[in-house]
Design a protein around this ligand. Structure first.
Ligand code: GLY
Length: 405
């Protein structure tokens, strides 16, 4: 009895000390991330000025061949053409550097015509990553109109028999290939519907997302890369890969596209099936025995030479950005913590000398070690614009959502 008040004081003091240490640790981690984010944006501004100077004014940067010391560019209808202007907008958003903004505006001017491009499904990547960010940051109505025109163009590739948007090939073909990457283009359609109060684009986005949910996933929640649909019957004819190790393997970037795509679909629809699918994909990825401790995936989770094969930094940066958004919707505290922790680990890994260029390196790209298509022997172990884009996006998401103001 006599000891009880003393014991109580001890308990209160210990709890207070524990709580205080926890607050100090959280503040220290916040300061660390704040510094890391700032350092990356300072480097990005420096590198992207170099990249802009190296890139002729009528084309976009695509990758960099280190051995030859050569920047590879693409024309503006190549699927990656929106990432360079998009990254410039992200860098401007953080730094408010007017030279970066001027370059972003110049690059928008050369990509605008893509709003009428019907050659493939990639309008979401090309127009929303570029003009979408430009509009979000500036509120310029001209940009908003470009995005709306692109949505009208994109839905021309919708096939009512397959209930999905055809990814590649001509619209008179009788086989309609649909790839998991196509989920990313739905952001443009959802956004235009919400912004213009015109449901028809979102109806198509939902149809496509439901069809993909039904047909693209395996029982373990990994996804196929390419599905060929018969346009006459709407049936799936083949499930295969184009860029993965094998038809039955889990191509790393494809898994990240799926994770990002279903998280984004939940943002626009609040449909629980989409959130559930994103959670299932996260479960598959985060528990995969071949996900390395630094959380930067190999180019395919089932690649045969693991660990003696290439990482795909782009798969890592897309996954980081997607996990940070998924954590926003997660009600299970343990899962939420895990998503943020893995995304943070990816951002830290990508900020290390192994993955990140030093000032002046790689023609001005930020990150190294991505893989475009290993089976196609194209863009293997190189810097890629989309790896940089989703890295910057993830850094901003971390800053805006998880750092104390
Ligand atoms: N959308 C093409 C790719 O991810 O390589």
């Amino acid at each position: 009895m006599k000891n009880k008040p003393g014991l109580r004081i001890k308990i209160v003091l210990t709890s207070f000390l524990l709580c205080f240490s926890w607050i100090l640790l959280a503040q220290k981690q916040d300061r660390y991330m704040e510094k890391l984010i700032r350092e990356n944006f300072m480097l990005a501004a420096q590198q992207y000025k170099l990249l802009a100077g190296n890139t002729p004014t009528n084309v976009m940067p695509r990758n960099y061949m280190a051995k030859e010391g050569k920047l590879v560019t693409s024309n503006t209808t190549w699927w990656t053409s929106g990432f360079f202007p998009g990254s410039l907008w992200y860098i401007y958003e953080f730094t408010k550097d007017s030279a970066i903004r001027a370059e972003a505006e110049r690059r928008l001017a050369i990509i605008e015509h893509v709003k009428h491009y019907t050659g493939d499904h990639d309008l979401g990547f090309m127009i929303f990553c570029s003009f979408g960010n430009a509009y979000r940051i500036t509120g310029n109505q001209t940009y908003k109109n470009v995005i709306a025109e692109a949505a009208e163009t994109l839905i021309k590739r919708y096939r009512s028999t397959t209930r999905s948007i055809q990814s590649w090939g001509r619209m008179k073909d009788s086989i309609s290939p649909v790839i998991i990457d196509n989920m990313m283009n739905l952001e443009l359609l959802n956004w235009v519907s919400d912004e213009w109060r015109e449901p028809k684009y979102k109806v198509i986005a939902i149809d496509h997302a439901n069809t993909t949910l039904k047909n693209h996933f395996r029982p373990d929640n990994s996804s196929y890369h390419v599905l060929d649909y018969d346009v006459n019957t709407g049936n799936v004819i083949r499930k295969k890969t184009a860029q993965g190790f094998s038809d039955e393997s889990a191509w790393a970037r494809g898994q990240s596209w799926g994770l990002y795509g279903y998280t984004m679909m939940y943002r626009f629809t609040k449909e629980s099936n989409y959130l559930e699918q994103a959670r299932k994909i996260a479960l598959f990825l985060l528990n995969h025995p071949n996900l390395p401790p630094d959380k930067i995936p190999y180019w395919d989770y089932n690649a045969k030479d693991i660990p003696d094969t290439y990482r795909d930094v782009s798969a890592g940066s897309i996954m980081a950005s997607a996990l940070l958004e998924l954590a926003q919707y997660e009600v299970d505290a343990k899962k939420k913590k895990e998503y943020i922790a893995v995304a943070k680990k990816i951002l830290k890994s990508l900020s290390s000398d192994f993955y990140r260029n030093k000032p002046g390196e790689s023609g001005g790209f930020i990150l190294k070690h991505s893989v475009g298509s290993l089976p196609g022997n194209s863009e293997v172990d190189v810097p890629l614009t989309y790896a940089d884009y989703y890295f910057l996006e993830a850094l901003l998401r971390y800053k805006n959502w998880y750092l104390k103001k």
